[in-house]
Design a protein around this ligand. Structure first.
Ligand SMILES: [Zn+2]
Length: 462
């Protein structure tokens, strides 16, 4: 990339002998120098396809200036000559401009491999003899019309609403920009490098809030820096989930004590109206807490390539009974009026008060804090985008950054957060989304849906 800033360095002082005149001229220069009308900052040019381009998509250009732009020009240059793609003199005050510039037209297929794009922009400064500051950038661009190679190598046969599945893919491109798995084109999952170069794996989730009939598909998407895009379908059989609806009468005392306390502990303003107070705790704060969980999990996704992934079936809190299941749709009533709804996204296990919580899989502690409706919570990262959350605890015996091992006691159960009685809320997270833990408590499910698929994928790569 070549840059030429023709923003001028004026001011050759003459040999003036009369001191008063020197001062006057000096002041005049100072006035011009510091006047906003005479600013010397050149326009800023940004080209999205600044190193490679497929010559099908328009060039995406952002121009900006600290005063106003007055004109711009975009020129295509190759070994045959030059072609102006776009140019304009701007009459309106334009500090910022987004351009989509169409590619040049050729009568036959363009065979060139390398071109230049010259972009010039001028601002309305009075500097440089009133002609404005000019920025000119010449980009050297490789022509790349080849879309990324995308192959879905292997995947779990099924995915259930609220559940998880594994996908193993190959993505290859010299200019790869981004590659991910998308569920319904709305929920995206990061690919984790797996075993050999250009191969990736991801455990994906069907967010319980997306109904069975709304399933549109799971795709591998890859884009390169030149703007080429490939999409490959992930073939999955889909299974529905029997949502359990439950109606809960919220005692006024719950809002006055628990909701109030949770909002105060999160430094939130407490609405005077009881319905508004409950909704703020149950809907607004819940959404914030879920976003925090998602962020913590996403920032701790593995970046290095992995070859093996082993995970034990998770076991329930010893001697406990299940107080609430995954995928319950809760309808909250205050004095016979429904005031809110929410999903219950984990398993609630109740035993004796302050019961010991030991974990079934080792990992890294990535979160230990008070988390609104979840109360004092711990999140343990098990790798490959899988983490578990332990919520409503009383005491914690580990810290962020520590490694925990199988059967280690990490906390005791409690009543912190938006709860009525002592229990453990156990949640399994796939790239930060709470999924059905029952799948991850079944050793046969883990073997057939996850670990066997990884093993057979490695065989396919050899
Ligand atoms: Zn719960």
């Amino acid at each position: 990339m070549e840059r030429n800033f023709r923003d001028g360095r004026g001011g050759k002082g003459g040999k003036l002998l009369i001191p008063a005149l020197v001062i006057v001229v000096g002041l005049l220069f100072a006035f011009i120098f510091f006047s906003p009308q005479f600013e010397r900052v050149s326009p800023v040019i940004k080209l999205k396809q600044n190193s490679s381009w497929n010559m099908r998509e328009p060039l995406v250009i952002e121009l900006s200036d600290n005063s106003n732009l007055t004109s711009y020009k975009v020129t295509f240059i190759d070994d045959k000559g030059e072609q102006i793609l776009d140019e304009k003199v701007l009459s309106e005050k334009t500090p910022k401009l987004s351009l989509k510039v169409a590619p040049p037209k050729f009568e036959t297929l363009y065979k060139g491999k390398a071109i230049k794009i010259k972009i010039e922009a001028v601002d309305d400064s009075k500097w440089v003899f009133l002609s404005g500051n000019t920025t000119e950038i010449i980009y050297n661009i490789a022509i790349d019309t080849k879309a990324p190679e995308t192959i879905v190598l292997n995947n779990s046969r099924y995915i259930a609403r609220g559940g998880s599945a594994l996908v193993v893919v190959k993505v290859a491109d010299d200019n790869l920009d981004n590659a991910y798995i998308t569920f319904n084109d709305t929920v995206n999952f990061t690919l984790i490098p797996f075993y050999k170069p250009n191969y990736y794996a991801a455990i994906i989730a069907w967010d319980i809030s997306i109904p069975f009939e709304d399933f549109k598909g799971v795709n591998l998407v890859a884009t390169d820096k030149a703007g080429n895009k490939s999409i490959a379908k992930v073939p999955l059989y889909i299974q529905d989930f029997a949502v359990k609806n439950s109606n809960l009468n919220i005692p006024q005392s719950f809002i006055e004590t628990v909701s109030t306390n949770v909002l105060e502990k999160m430094n939130e303003e407490v609405p005077a109206d009881l319905t508004a107070r409950f909704v703020k705790q149950n809907r607004t704060l819940r959404a914030e807490n879920i976003a925090t969980i998602k962020k913590v999990c996403m920032t701790n996704l593995p970046k290095e390539s992995f070859s093996d992934f082993n995970i034990n079936a998770f076991s329930r809190l010893q001697g406990s009974s299940t107080a609430a299941g995954f995928g319950e749709r809760r309808h909250y009533y205050l004095n016979d009026t429904m005031i809110d709804e929410a999903w219950h996204l984990g398993l609630d296990w109740a035993s004796v008060a302050h019961d010991n919580i030991t974990i079934s899989n080792g990992g890294d502690v990535i979160f230990k804090d008070y988390l609104g409706i979840y109360g004092n919570s711990i999140i343990v990262n098990h790798g490959l985008g899988i983490a578990t959350i332990y919520a409503h605890t009383t005491s914690q015996f580990t810290n962020v950054g520590e490694k925990v091992t199988v059967n280690q006691k990490i906390a005791t159960t409690g009543i912190t957060g938006a709860v009525l009685g002592d229990h453990l809320h156990f949640g399994v997270l796939v790239q930060g989304i709470e999924v059905n833990p029952i799948e991850w408590m079944d050793p046969n499910w883990i073997k057939t849906r996850i670990t066997d698929i990884l093993t057979s994928s490695k065989a396919m790569m050899n």
